[in-house]
Design a protein around this ligand. Structure first.
Ligand SMILES: Cc1ncc(COP(=O)(O)O)c(C=O)c1O
Length: 477
């Protein structure tokens, strides 16, 4: 007997969730401060506990609504805290459809044309990176795209790791001192260990210094270590710096090292005819991480790892499973079962939202989007420069605007703005000081929004305690 309580999906989409979505969009659009609940308030106010007896669909949907509306916004004009923000209409619609379709991307049998959609997106991204004919896959985020790139690099350099395993002691990985923490985490996961990571000195603009890389490799070789790979960053998390890929590719080539580029944040520069020059030499990299959920404005998660050489994902991740891969697509159609070359088994289609948004904007629209993001960063930097109370940390090369309210605590200012619901903005460490980092990742912001943010930060600065911004970089890592 069918159980109606367990099969109530007929009314799904008829308004239950749509009403919550409308409420969130209305709240974000109003632009009023949104005071966050602290943990105690959230635990008291929200119906979070699960119970033995269910509460039924209607009450569950009501609880869902309450939790959703109490969740911080990332879609309005009061969120510049991370490297993603905003809400693109088409991509968001596609993401919702992905959930309703609920296909899994391991086989053509299960996902049908969704596999073709994914392929089209990967091929376009490969072309943008100058890696046409290469390989790639979607992963659950930039950290794991970096992991996949590092696994492939390790296996290619060392050989026989996939079958025989690996003793990673004495192996070294070179990263920028400004690089993302996922690289250290991944060094653990690929068997090298965190002590095998060599943070290479960056210049005052946050870019890895090639001569310092060469010197570090020479030092390690002299000490009997075996260098394995270089990871360059395109768009560092705090400063938005781009490591000089061409120069690093020269060194990696000379030293027989894999070159992975972490473009999780900055990879989107490739969409702009001039700013792609920030990644000059990218076509020489062995692998590249590129997150579309950051600057391309599609909902979390949407990340790829691309490789210059063909066949890398199959070579390093292929497994067979007779209960799953039942239609054997060999030869030129081998890619039709992407599950045979993925980190995952069951896998949602993260490509659909990017494909849909790219359909809407085209390459040209995406180039304009990047231009607008940069224009907003320049506007914010100009406002900081013109404000006698503030000190700009450096001229932005990308969309990260870093500054201090002179003499005032950056951390206290960020806390004050968060607690009052005025603005979510974070701080990072630049040149040994805690600085406010404002990232203009949402191109839907207007100049007036940016002006308001700088004004709000200045006002919070006036209330803030004296600065405690100098940090012992060695102590914080
Ligand atoms: C440079 C860089 N690489 C990698 C990542 C990790 O990306 P994800 O959050 O998608 O795992 C980030 C995240 O901010 C980043 O800034």
């Amino acid at each position: 007997m069918p159980c109606p309580e367990l099969h109530s999906q007929a009314s799904l989409g008829a308004g239950d969730v749509a009403r919550v979505i409308d409420a969130i969009i209305e709240r974000d659009g109003a632009g009023d401060p949104i005071v966050p609940l602290d943990v105690e308030q959230a635990l008291r106010a929200l119906p979070l506990e699960l119970s033995e007896a269910g509460v039924g669909d209607e009450e569950a949907l009501e609880r869902l609504r309450r939790v959703a509306l109490a969740t911080p916004t990332t879609g309005g004009t009061r969120f510049v805290n991370q490297l993603f923000a905003g809400r693109e209409r088409v991509a968001t619609a596609a993401e919702m459809l992905t959930a309703v379709l609920n296909n899994s991307m391991y086989t053509y049998k299960a996902a049908g044309p969704q596999v073709l959609v994914e392929r089209v997106v990967l091929e376009r991204m490969l072309a943008k990176a100058g890696m046409t004919g290469g390989d790639g896959m979607f992963t659950p985020g930039g950290s794991l795209s970096n992991l996949a790139g590092m696994i492939i690099g390790r296996n290619e350099v060392v050989g026989d790791v996939r079958e025989g395993g690996f003793d990673g002691r004495g192996r070294t990985v070179y990263v920028s001192a400004e690089s993302h923490y996922s690289l250290t985490k991944n060094a653990n996961m690929i068997g090298i260990g965190r002590t095998g990571v060599r943070p290479v000195e960056a210049d005052t603009g946050g870019r890895m210094i090639p001569e310092a890389l060469s010197a570090a490799i020479a030092r390690d070789r002299a000490a009997g270590e075996s260098p394995l790979m270089v990871v360059a960053t395109s768009g560092t998390t705090v400063m938005g710096a781009f490591d000089p890929i061409d120069a690093l590719a020269d060194i990696a080539g000379r030293e027989d090292l894999w070159l992975h580029v972490d473009g999780a944040f900055g990879g989107t520069a490739l969409m702009h005819p001039e700013h792609r020059g920030l990644m000059a030499g990218i076509e020489r990299a062995d692998s590249l991480t590129w997150d579309a959920h950051k600057m391309m404005g599609v909902p979390l998660i949407c990340s790829v790892v691309l490789t210059r050489k063909a066949g890398m994902t199959r070579k390093h991740f292929d497994e067979s499973a007779s209960y799953l891969f039942q239609q054997d697509f060999g030869g030129e159609h081998g890619w039709l079962n992407p599950g045979t070359r993925s980190l995952q088994c069951g896998r949602r289609n993260d490509a659909l939202k990017l494909w849909a948004q790219w359909q809407a904007l085209g390459d040209d629209g995406y180039a304009k989007r990047v231009e607008r993001q940069m224009e907003l960063a320049r506007a914010a930097a100009d406002l900081v420069r013109a404000d006698g109370r503030m000190t700009l940390s450096f001229d932005p090369a990308w969309i990260n605007v870093c500054f201090e309210v002179t003499g005032k605590s950056s951390a206290a200012i960020c806390d004050d703005l968060n607690d009052s619901g005025v603005l979510k903005v974070g701080f990072g460490i630049v040149h040994g000081r805690r600085v406010i980092r404002l990232v203009t990742v949402d191109p839907a912001l207007g100049e007036a929004d940016v002006e308001r943010m700088i004004r709000d930060i200045g006002e919070a600065g006036e209330r803030a305690p004296a600065e405690d911004n100098a940090v012992d970089q060695a102590a914080v890592g």
